[in-house]
Design a protein around this ligand. Structure first.
Ligand code: HEC
Ligand code: HEC
Length: 322
């Protein structure tokens, strides 16, 4: 009897949390859907839009901050998804954003150093884009990049190293886009107030909008923290969690700061550190230079593994739409 009551209460609690998620998610997205629908052209080609189900915000997540001139809409995010996976965004048409930011690796590339479209090596390890909407500052290297819209221009125009190689070639890029009827339609849905919406600024706005939808919050650890599921972690991961937040190891005091690299999905984003120098999680943990026993390390790794959000890595709304 007591057991059943407990079960019911748990059940009730869960429903409440889900309702909350839904309410918050639909609050933001109800607005965006309304805007998108009110202004979309009457005829929708059949390939539009693939992101039909809105991305609900998890409990405790605020709506991603957006610049005043680029409110998030489903139509913009969907356009951004096409651009993100489009190799025509590189001069020699060999690379897209997704060449380096691959969904299956949590939007990293699994290499120590990124390699650009002309084969030049990046000095740095590609960064994950999970929950990038909430990251401040952006990138390892340039404190001046404060919005995702500005950041888009970095890989497009970078010379050292060359990433997409588009500096001085924006007209060519825009001509490629204007020549594709799918884009003509996607851009006019995304920017319904504009007569000539195919511009670099709007390319950046759409890519940034897509990136703001890359929300990951379904790992076992999220299930514990956000949804109160006390069965989400294994015994070893529980011990690892305690160690991680212990004063002795102090991992949590650095890794709770928003300017330190996120450990979300870290188990699948090897190699580690900004220079890609640590091939495994065990090597990465060694950076803390703390005395850790082999068993403690196993527990820490089990905890880090509980930060992997498998549904994010396979969510069809983030996959290649082409
Ligand atoms: C050649 C590989 C490569 C390509 C192509 C590429 N990126 Fe990146 N990206 C990186 C690397 C490496 C970093 C880390 C850069 C740094 O800090 O210097 C990064 C960082 C970022 C960041 C910052 C993440 C953070 O948490 O601060 C964003 C956002 C981003 N890229 C988006 C994009 C978009 C959008 C595109 C396509 C227009 C793109 N990238 C194309 C390799 C690439
Ligand atoms: C003094 C602050 C600090 C402490 C303490 C600390 N870390 Fe870190 N950790 C960092 C920074 C900064 C980086 C990124 C360094 C780089 O990329 O070169 C990092 C990187 C990592 C990475 C690799 C992340 C990636 O994607 O490249 C892992 C894993 C990690 N830390 C786990 C731990 C664990 C586990 C502990 C506790 C045993 C710990 N850290 C203690 C600051 C800290």
């Amino acid at each position: 009897m007591a057991f059943a009551a407990l079960g019911n209460r748990r059940h009730g609690q869960r429903r409440e949390l889900m309702a909350l998620t839904f309410r918050r998610g639909s609050l933001v997205l109800a607005v965006t859907v309304a805007v998108a629908c009110a202004r979309a052209p009457g005829h929708q080609p059949h390939f539009l839009p693939i992101v039909e189900s809105p991305i609900a915000l998890p409990p405790g997540f605020a709506a991603p901050p957006t610049p005043r001139d680029n409110p998030l809409t489903i139509a913009k995010a969907e356009l951004g998804r096409y651009l993100f996976y489009d190799r025509r965004l590189s001069l020699n048409e060999t690379q897209s954003c997704a060449s380096c930011h691959q969904q299956k690796f949590g939007f990293c590339d699994g290499r120590p150093h990124a390699t650009g479209s002309t084969g030049q090596q990046h000095r740095r390890n590609t960064m994950s884009l999970a929950n990038v909407a909430y990251r401040q500052p952006l990138t390892w290297s340039n404190p001046k990049v404060t919005t995702l819209e500005q950041q888009v221009l970095v890989p497009l125009t970078n010379h050292d190293p060359i990433e997409l190689g588009m500096d001085g070639h924006f007209e060519e890029l825009l001509a490629r886009i204007r020549g594709d009827s799918r884009y003509v339609s996607l851009f006019s849905s995304a920017f319904p107030d504009q007569n000539a919406p195919i511009t670099i600024d709007n390319v950046a706005r759409a890519l940034a909008s897509f990136e703001r939808t890359l929300i990951s919050a379904q790992s076992p650890y999220d299930r514990l923290v956000l949804y109160g599921d006390s069965n989400a972690l294994s015994a070893s991961a529980w011990r690892g969690r305690r160690l991680f937040f212990s004063q002795r190891l102090g991992c949590g005091s650095c890794h709770g700061r928003s300017d330190v690299v996120s450990l979300r999905n870290v188990a699948i984003t090897a190699p580690y550190m900004r220079d890609g120098s640590a091939p495994t999680l065990s090597d990465a943990i060694d950076h803390s230079r703390k005395k850790i026993t082999a068993e403690e390390k196993r527990d820490l790794i089990a905890f880090l593994e509980s930060l992997t959000d498998d549904s994010f890595l396979s969510d069809p709304r983030y996959s290649n739409p082409w």
